[in-house]
Design a protein around this ligand. Structure first.
Ligand SMILES: Cc1cc2nc3c(=O)[nH]c(=O)nc-3n(C[C@H](O)[C@H](O)[C@H](O)COP(=O)(O)O)c2cc1C
Length: 201
């Protein structure tokens, strides 16, 4: 394996999520380079269904207010503590990237494949953020599926949200989470349906 290939693989194999983030977040040209990774996602029909809404600075408080409104819309009884926690998180993350899905239900490419392409774009985004030396986490929650909130962000139906990426500098360098071995998730198919060690309990 060539050195640059080893480095790329090491990066893929060492990524893990963290929301324990501080500044700085990537910006300018560096941010654009990172975001360009979504354009490398596999994409049946070249629909490019991913959209990225960037939220930083003062806009974070506006996002937090909309999030709270969405939480109350979904559950009028939502506890004040939960609201405070979510508002604080949304208004203090160094950079939030909203991953939207520009979906075309009438296209010959099935919706599931359009959504999978956005998922692949999200994964590329996480890997690019990590490769550039930053940290991130992909979160969703019930607000992700609130059509009113999605429309407020610029994704009216049939478009939808795939989630929020909190991005910044990890507070702890050693946040890397341990992984299980992959073997239980692999099987060789030889003509009969496969079974997986991972599914035996
Ligand atoms: C579409 C999607 C939505 C997610 N939503 C949440 C979430 O709302 N809250 C959460 O704690 N983790 C969520 N996760 C999982 C985290 O992004 C992350 O994968 C998990 O914390 C494990 O960390 P790891 O990426 O290091 O394995 C979501 C993942 C995906 C793909």
């Amino acid at each position: 394996m060539k050195k640059h290939e080893r480095i790329a693989l090491d990066s893929l194999l060492s990524r893990s999520s963290t929301d324990d983030l501080t500044g700085p977040a990537p910006k300018g040209e560096e941010l654009e380079t990172i975001l360009s990774a979504v354009m490398r996602a596999p994409d049946h029909g070249k629909l490019r269904p991913w959209r990225l809404a960037l939220i930083h600075g003062d806009a974070r408080a506006k996002l937090a207010d909309r999030v709270v409104a969405s939480m109350k819309r979904i559950d009028p009884e939502v506890p004040e503590k939960k609201i405070e926690k979510r508002h604080h998180r949304m208004s203090t993350m160094p950079l939030t990237i909203v991953l939207g899905m520009h979906l075309r239900p009438d296209n010959k490419i099935p919706l599931i494949e359009q959504e999978l392409a956005v998922g692949a774009a999200g994964m590329n985004l996480l890997n690019a953020i990590h490769a550039a030396g930053y940290g991130a986490v992909w979160v969703s929650g019930e607000i992700t599926y609130d059509p009113v909130f999605a429309a407020e962000l610029g994704f009216p139906a049939p478009h939808a949200l795939a989630g929020f990426f909190f991005v910044g500098t990890p507070k702890h360098e050693d946040h890397e989470a341990k992984r299980r071995p992959v073997t239980p998730y692999i099987a060789e198919w030889n003509g009969e349906p496969v079974t997986f060690e991972a599914d035996k309990d």
